[in-house]
Design a protein around this ligand. Structure first.
Ligand SMILES: Nc1ncnc2c1ncn2[C@@H]1O[C@H](COP(=O)(O)OP(=O)(O)OP(=O)(O)O)[C@@H](O)[C@H]1O
Ligand SMILES: [Mg+2]
Length: 251
């Protein structure tokens, strides 16, 4: 077996809401090697966030397995899952999820304090991280006093605060203009390489596929793997990616 950090095996996820049952993932399997950069593509509603939530232990699959370092995370207790999310996974959420009543510094301090560090040490670490993402001068700003790009950088600092081994970024450039988006992607790649983290990110922008070592496309609940070159060949032309931009459930 290759040195896979994460093995996703035959993952199935259904949601039941009111009378309806919606199967989002119909048995997907892939592996994530240490330090690998994976781009997850798919139309809106194809199950990207669902997949990321499952592998971060935020949600449970209907069927199938997720192994982290050879261990089946579905067998873990709530406390073990909490530790896993806190120490191994750095998650940058599509909707930011910053605590609105805490300033940037305090938001970054939260995971460090949860890890058991003193407030003083957490503050030092958080400030260093905010400096790393070039936001030290806005450390005392509340989220509502930050631009989208700045909020995203606070999320990046918070995600890497406990030196995770896997960085998950759900549309990190989604709400940003292309220049700011480019800056965030470069920052994430730089941090992932520097800290030897595997990174899994989603995007709706073909341009941001070229940074990945592997591309996984989710379509109708199953996945197809691609080389980044497949995408380069068609020149990152958005029209060639039309299937990725249609709503999956509106077809
Ligand atoms: N908690 C839930 N209950 C019911 N349905 C859900 C739930 N979470 C997600 N879904 C449904 O699952 C499907 C996949 O959602 P998901 O958020 O994973 O899509 P996505 O690929 O991340 O889309 P986007 O690109 O818009 O972020 C959608 O049809 C959504 O409505
Ligand atoms: Mg999503």
């Amino acid at each position: 077996m290759v040195d896979s950090q994460i093995i996703i095996s035959n993952l199935l996820k259904s949601y039941s809401s009111r009378a309806e049952e919606l199967t989002v993932l119909r048995g997907i399997s892939f592996e994530v090697a240490r330090g690998e950069i994976i781009c997850l593509l798919g139309a809106s509603g194809s199950g990207k966030t669902t997949t990321l939530n499952l592998l971060a232990g935020i949600d449970k699959p209907t069927a199938g397995k997720i192994y982290y370092d050879g261990k089946d995370i579905n067998e873990w207790t709530t406390d073990q899952l909490f530790e896993y999310r806190l120490k191994e996974i750095g998650f940058i959420f599509q909707e930011f999820y910053l605590l609105e009543h805490l300033n940037a510094l305090e938001n970054v301090m939260v995971p460090v304090i949860l890890q058991g560090e003193s407030e003083e040490i957490a503050q030092d670490i958080a400030l260093q991280l905010l400096n790393q993402v070039d936001l030290g001068r806005k450390a005392l700003n509340l989220p509502q006093e930050l631009s989208s790009g700045e909020k995203q950088r606070v999320c990046v600092a918070r995600a890497i605060a406990n030196n995770p081994s896997v960085l998950i970024a759900d549309e990190p450039t989604g709400t940003l203009d292309s220049k700011t988006g480019d800056g965030i992607m470069s920052l994430l790649l730089h941090l992932a390489k520097k800290n030897k983290m595997a990174m899994i990110y989603t995007t709706h922008d073909p341009y941001f596929t070229k940074m990945a070592s592997r591309i996984i496309v989710l379509q109708k609940g199953v996945i197809v793997e691609h080389n980044p070159e497949d995408f380069a060949d068609i020149g990152y032309d958005k029209s060639k990616f039309e299937f990725l931009f249609k709503g999956e459930n509106n077809e």
